[in-house]
Design a protein around this ligand. Structure first.
Ligand SMILES: NC(=O)c1ccc[n+]([C@@H]2O[C@H](COP(=O)([O-])OP(=O)(O)OC[C@H]3O[C@@H](n4cnc5c(N)ncnc54)[C@H](O)[C@@H]3O)[C@@H](O)[C@H]2O)c1
Ligand SMILES: O=c1[nH]cnc2c1ncn2[C@@H]1O[C@H](CO)[C@@H](O)[C@H]1O
Ligand SMILES: N[C@@H](CCS)C(=O)O
Length: 417
């Protein structure tokens, strides 16, 4: 196996972190032991482009146990944990990536993974899938398909398929219940605050927090902000979600009005320019800005920079912008996913990634064992149910099942009052 990581001597520390998360990923551990027996990936190369940290290394080890050759790189230049990659390299994974890559290095590492000519791709945000279609088309004939981890990746792949540009099948892992209902909501809800609170050491109680987007991530962030005692304002473009936010108890208003109240503003939309231009003029002195959605375009940093007199990093992941009128605004993690790219960002809790990565590993197996058409495919309901049952079992929770009488009753269209 080969690797290019920051410092291989960090491996012992990384291994301890991996062992810790393994204790909290019982479903993936169960799947790993099944893979070990059945070896479904014998002779198969799996290339991944995911946030590289201990839980993801554990997914790599799961594929390795299943007989695959595994090659991994990061899906964000700032989210890699260098001790975890060192450990992964020592544990048999081909590993390329380090925290703080330049954009050029980021794509060099993606290309390194592709040099292994993978049969299956596991992607987060679809950068690797796009790279294959744009620049590495010679690989298309060998690739069996891909699994995509996140909302925006799937949006883009669907758009690509609509334009007939997609050339292999993709499993929409994000769109399974066992992913978005837990990862996007409870995972993003907790890890966003874990990172922001760790870096800033500021109090959340009593603050006014603006949450842009009331999708699965936004709901989780608003719920946790509320639980920590913040006064939550939601901004939306979808009338139904806006109404839902209102009935969940939050104030809802346009972004231009919301920014005037914000002590902290958090984006989770997958959109561009959610906060931009004159929005920055109306913000209060001291406002903290962070993004938990896709890429660093939700908060328009160029606009912020253009309006600022000076800007400097006052902590590794906190950039201070001093505006012409003396107000100071603070952008976290360069506007990238704060829960992973922040200095204290650890990503989602292990118990959450247990379910997301269980879905990834079973979806990769499904992709291999079924001849799927080119397109974006929903994961089978049976996979969701299997993972949910495994998780309940691991948590020691038993539930009831329908009796024959109940099944007949529920299916009977003739009974009335
Ligand atoms: N940080 C993480 O770990 C993490 C986890 C999961 C998903 N994500 C990413 O977060 C983003 C959101 O994911 P999701 O699953 O919540 O998506 P979603 O589609 O459920 O929700 C996005 C919401 O944003 C709203 N929106 C779009 N443009 C807006 C605008 N200009 N102003 C206000 N609202 C706007 C949409 O109407 C929608 O309700 C995606 O980019 C996804 O890839 C990040
Ligand atoms: O700790 C983590 N490790 C690996 N992936 C993560 C972690 N936290 C969140 N995500 C994943 O990142 C995607 C957005 O890029 C999300 O969809 C989520 O599943
Ligand atoms: N890989 C992308 C996905 C964001 S949802 C990123 O880290 O920016």
């Amino acid at each position: 196996m080969s690797y290019n990581v920051k410092d291989i001597s960090l491996a012992p520390q990384g291994k301890k972190k991996i062992e810790w998360v393994q204790r909290h990923m019982p479903v993936l551990e169960h799947i790993k032991s099944k893979f070990e027996e059945e070896k479904p990936f014998e002779g198969i190369t799996i290339g991944s482009c995911l946030h590289l940290e201990p839980k993801t290394i554990n997914l790599g080890l799961t594929f390795l146990a299943g007989g695959a050759e595994v090659v991994m790189t990061g899906c964000n230049p700032l989210s890699t944990q260098d001790d975890a990659t060192a450990a992964g390299a020592e544990m048999g994974l081909n590993m390329y990536g380090w925290r703080g890559e330049t954009n050029e290095e980021y794509y060099e590492n993606l290309n390194k993974v592709l040099d292994y000519e993978p049969d299956i791709i596991i992607d987060d945000g679809a950068d690797m899938i796009f790279l294959i279609h744009r620049e590495r088309q010679e690989l298309l004939s060998k690739i069996k398909g891909a699994c995509e981890e996140t909302t925006t990746g799937i949006h883009r792949l669907k758009a690509m398929h609509k334009d007939k540009a997609l050339k292999f099948p993709v499993m929409a892992v994000n769109d399974s219940y066992m992913k978005y209902l837990f990862d996007n909501r409870y995972g993003t809800g907790q890890s966003t605050f874990d990172s922001i609170m760790g870096s800033t050491n500021v109090l959340i109680a009593g603050k006014t927090i603006v949450v842009c987007g009331y999708g699965w991530c936004g709901r989780g962030i608003a719920m946790r902000a509320n639980g920590l005692g913040a006064n939550v304002i939601v901004t939306e473009v979808d009338p139904i979600r806006a109404l839902e936010a209102r009935m969940d108890g939050y104030r809802v208003m346009k972004i231009r009005e919301a920014v005037k109240h914000a002590d902290m503003l958090l984006t989770a939309t997958g959109d561009v320019d959610v906060v931009s231009g004159d929005d920055f003029k109306y913000m209060k002195d001291g406002c903290i800005l962070a993004n938990s959605g896709h890429f660093n375009v939700e908060i328009n940093k160029e606009d912020l920079q253009a309006m600022a007199k000076t800007h400097e990093n006052i902590k590794p992941d906190i950039e201070e912008f001093v505006m012409a009128d003396g107000r100071k605004l603070y952008l976290m993690a360069d506007g990238r996913l704060v829960n992973l790219a922040g200095d204290r960002g650890q990503g989602h809790p292990a118990e959450i990634m247990d379910m997301s990565f269980a879905m990834q590993s079973l979806s990769a197996k499904y992709l291999l064992e079924n001849e799927l058409e080119v397109g974006v495919h929903k994961t089978p309901d049976e996979t969701d149910i299997k993972v949910a049952n495994l998780k309940l079992k691991a948590m020691g929770i038993e539930i009831d099942s329908l009796s024959k009488k109940q099944i007949d009753y529920l299916d009977d269209w003739e009974v009335g009052t």
